[in-house]
Design a protein around this ligand. Structure first.
Ligand SMILES: [Zn+2]
Ligand SMILES: [Zn+2]
Length: 145
């Protein structure tokens, strides 16, 4: 997994470079998503920042993420009924959700598989389900139904 560290000073410059006014809220949301290994939802980001930014609303989080997405800073992926998840990595890859621990993992995919001679593919969001490494080999004695 690629590690991304956006520090306070960097995040302001990062946003300014992309033509976004670096308000404190935007910077904190960017840092939150850039340092998050999983794929947080609006709710998760809200919970994370809510103590620090008591006036923050979920609508604001959503709108900031939408703005970031328009600028290719984050990408969204719908995995399940928890809603849209966001991530800092905008490079093409697929996602696998573990049916046991419910975590979301990045999966490398061969883009060629997704080419079509007849159709023009516009978005390539690939969502898979499976059982992650940890669940396969560490907790395989616990029964699930
Ligand atoms: Zn798992
Ligand atoms: Zn991902």
């Amino acid at each position: 997994m690629k590690e991304t560290h956006v520090t306070m000073g960097d995040s302001a410059a990062f946003l300014r470079e992309r033509g976004i006014k670096p308000s404190y809220t935007r910077r904190r949301i960017l840092e939150c998503i850039a340092n998050c290994a999983s794929h947080p939802t609006v709710e998760m980001i809200f919970q994370e920042l809510h103590d620090e930014l008591p006036t923050l609303s979920k609508t604001t989080v959503y709108n900031v993420l939408k703005l970031f997405e328009e600028h290719d800073i984050v990408q969204s992926v719908v995995m399940d009924d928890q809603g849209i998840r966001y991530e800092f990595n905008t490079e093409f890859h697929g996602h696998m959700k573990c049916i046991k621990c419910k975590q979301v993992f990045d999966i490398d995919l061969d883009v060629k598989v997704l080419e079509s001679k007849e159709h023009e593919i516009l978005t390539t969001k690939v969502v898979l389900t499976g059982i992650c490494f940890d669940c396969r080999f560490t907790n395989n004695k616990s029964k699930t139904n």
